[in-house]
Design a protein around this ligand. Structure first.
Ligand SMILES: NC(=O)C1=CN([C@@H]2O[C@H](COP(=O)(O)OP(=O)(O)OC[C@H]3O[C@@H](n4cnc5c(N)ncnc54)[C@H](OP(=O)(O)O)[C@@H]3O)[C@@H](O)[C@H]2O)C=CC1
Ligand SMILES: O=C(O)[C@@H]1CCC=N1
Length: 280
C-alpha cells in the first residue's frame, strides 16, 4: 500500500514521553524517511540515552516545555494515569502556541484533554500499536471540532508513515479499537508463546520452533490480507476432513476459544472506559 510522505516543509513533531509506543512511532517514522524534525521529552535519562545512541538526529530533553517550543504537532505518549498532570503543565504554553495535540493514551477522552490543556485546543485522539516499529502498525483516529483539515492530514500522515489508519466520527469506538488493535499484538504474541511451549514439548528445538511459528503467523496474516477469502474460508482450506487441523481445532473450540476472546476483548474495552472515568 502506498504511504503518502509528509508535506514539503518539515513537520516538527514533539513526543512527550519516550516509552515503548513513542519509540515504535519514532523508529517507524525514521525508517519511512518522513520529512519531519523529531524531538522527544522524557524525565528518564536512560530512555533518552537509548534514543540518542541509535538516532542522534532526534533532539532529546527532560524538559517538556522546551521540547514543545515551535512544534507543529505534539504527541502525548505518557501513561493515562499521569496525563492530567502532564497536560496541565503544558496548558499555558499550549494557549500561546496552539499546536495540534495527538494523544495516544488509552481511555483518556478528548473533552478531558482539552480541559486540562486550557480549552479550544486542536486534539486528535488515536490508538496505534507497536508494529508501527516495523511500519506495519494499525491506528484508529478521532479528531475534535478544533482540528483543521491540514492538521487532520498532518495526523493522518504521521500515522500512515507507520501503517494503516482508520478514522472514527464516534470517539467511544476507540475503546473497541484499543481492545482489538491497540492491545491486539499481545494476543498474537501470547498465541506464539503457547505454540512455542507446545512445539518444544513435541520435540522441536527452540530456534526451529520459533522460525516455523513466526513464519506461519506472517504467512497467515499475509494470506488473510491479500486473499479474497475471509479467514473462515481460509481456515477451511487448511482443514482436511478427519485430518490433523480438525483434531487441533476441535480442542480449541471445545475449550471455549470464541467465548474466551469475547470475554477478553470486553475486558480490554471496559478497562479503557474505566481509565476514562478514573481520569476525567
Ligand atoms: N504500548 C503499547 O502497545 C501502546 C500504548 N499506548 C498508549 O501509549 C502511552 C504510553 O504507553 P507505553 O509507551 O506503553 O508506556 P511507557 O511506560 O513505556 O512510556 C511512557 C513514558 O513516559 C515517561 N514519562 C513519565 N512521566 C513523564 C512526564 N512527566 N513527562 C514526559 N514523559 C514522562 C515514562 O518515563 P518513566 O518510565 O520514567 O516513568 C515513560 O518513558 C499510554 O498512554 C498507552 O495507553 C497506545 C497504544 C499501544
Ligand atoms: O495496555 C495498554 O493499556 C496499552 C493500550 C493498548 C496497548 N497497550
Amino acid at each position: 500500500m502506498d504511504t503518502p510522505k509528509l508535506a514539503q516543509k518539515p513537520t516538527t513533531i514533539t513526543f512527550i514521553g519516550a516509552g515503548n509506543m513513542a519509540r515504535s512511532l519514532i523508529v517507524g517514522l525514521l525508517q519511512d524517511q518522513a520529512n519531519v524534525v523529531l524531538r522527544v521529552a522524557d524525565p528518564d535519562e536512560h530512555q533518552l540515552d537509548a534514543i540518542r545512541k541509535h538516532w542522534p538526529e532526534v533532539t532529546t530533553t527532560t524538559d517538556n516545555l522546551e521540547a514543545m517550543q515551535g512544534a507543529d504537532l505534539v504527541v502525548l505518549a505518557v501513561k493515562p494515569q499521569i496525563m492530567r498532570n502532564v497536560t496541565e503543565n503544558l496548558a499555558s504554553h499550549a494557549q500561546l502556541s496552539r499546536p495540534l495535540f495527538v494523544s495516544i493514551a488509552a481511555g483518556i477522552r478528548e473533552e478531558a484533554l482539552n480541559r486540562w490543556l486550557g480549552g479550544n485546543q486542536a486534539i486528535v485522539r488515536c490508538m496505534p500499536n507497536t508494529p508501527a516499529l516495523v511500519q506495519a502498525g494499525a491506528t484508529g483516529l478521532y479528531a475534535n471540532q478544533h482540528v483543521s483539515d491540514s492538521q487532520r492530514s498532518a495526523a493522518e500522515s504521521l500515522l500512515r508513515a507507520v501503517g494503516i489508519t482508520v478514522w472514527f466520527d464516534d470517539e467511544t469506538k476507540l475503546d473497541a479499537v484499543t481492545a482489538i488493535s491497540g492491545s491486539g499484538p499481545a494476543y498474537f504474541f501470547l498465541v506464539m508463546e503457547a505454540m512455542q511451549a507446545a512445539a518444544e514439548q513435541l520435540g522441536l528445538r527452540p530456534e526451529e520452533a520459533h522460525l516455523l511459528i513466526v513464519q506461519t503467523a506472517l504467512g497467515a496474516a499475509k494470506l488473510a490480507l491479500e486473499s479474497d477469502d475471509l479467514p473462515g474460508e481460509l481456515r477451511q482450506k487448511v482443514t482436511s476432513k478427519g485430518g490433523t487441523t480438525e483434531a487441533a481445532l476441535n480442542v480449541l473450540t471445545t475449550g471455549g476459544l470464541h467465548d474466551l476472546f469475547a470475554q477478553a476483548l470486553q475486558a480490554a474495552a471496559s478497562r479503557s472506559r474505566e481509565l476514562a472515568a478514573a481520569n476525567s
